[in-house]
Design a binder for this molecule. Sequence first.
Ligand SMILES: Cc1ncc(COP(=O)(O)O)c(C=O)c1O
Length: 376
Amino acid sequence: MADIVPLCRPSIGDEEIAAVAETLRSGWMAHGAWNHKFEDAFCRYLGVPYAISMNSCTSALEAALAVAGIRGEVVVPSMTFVATANSVAITGGTPVFCEVDEATRNMTAATIAERLTSRTEAVIVVHFGGQPCAMDEIVELCQRRGLFLIEDSAETLGATWKGTQAGAFAVGCFSFFPTKNITTGEGGMLTCKDEVFANNIRAFAAHGVFSTTFQREKATRPWLRAAEIPGHNFRMPNPLAAIGYHQMGRLDEFNRRRQVLAARYDELLGQLPDLAIPVVAEGASHVYQMYTVTVPEQARDRIVNAMRADGIGASVHFDPPVHLQPCYLKRGGHKGQLPVTERLAASLITLPMYPDMTDEQQGLVVDSLRRAINGF
Ligand SMILES: Cc1ncc(COP(=O)(O)O)c(C=O)c1O
């Protein structure tokens, strides 16, 4: 059935459309001037010195691990999209799955510490669905143990932990897939504080060449492309960066609307029996890339399917959790390994959430959910 209320929908305005038209007319379709504008805007927003635009968050994660030379164990949550763990496996490391806190769905210093061994080289924290992890304790743990720290902030752009932006504590990796807080269609950004690391990332994402096509155009010998390291092509095209730049200008407006919708969901759903609304940790702000509730496991699938039959794009993130994905079952993942994560994966429902959702649409979601819960 066609969705009456989709799970999510990007908000693309006239400015984005005009900017893309301009880049198409200009003929500059690969990495170009808009990438620099987007990256500068991102740096200003996050309060970080370096931002490198890429073709996805997955590329940003792989670039971070490869450039840091991580080949050992990397602690990652299983309560995430499979890309987090894949980035480790693809770059030659071993993902080691840790638990999350049941209320916030986020990993903590304590759940990471349980999985550290003498072979651990890095930690990738995932800020789940718009809420940052408790970063001060995690940063302290990683510093004390000499671990490289990456923030998979694909789902969290614009939220803070004790006043600092998610992704600004360590090496940040962001996604601009259409379900995220801003979108470029496909796209990603890596942020960091170290200049040498930033330069290496830029080169790794562009065939190992340290200058960009855009910079070379202004050089005396623009044809000179010196590949200093073996690299990928992870670059974001100029027209997508133009979309990203304009989306960035609307990020706060988008997130405020998400927060208003979340507060209304909290109010309308808070009293329902057998349903738990999301918990925001003290110290965190939440930008609700997803609004997730939990219901009894035995009723979850029936409730989601009943809502979908009503044309409501309810969904589940993430079932199966990553350690139970076929490729990680083959690498030793097994049921019972992570009881909290497995319980969440079986009981969680993701409700429609996007800035352009009307109050009326939200009412339809709530009515459908109420009917489904009463019917189980
Ligand atoms: C936590 C997390 N990490 C990584 C990704 C991958 O992002 P992308 O699709 O930009 O590669 C996603 C998104 O879908 C995600 O939710």
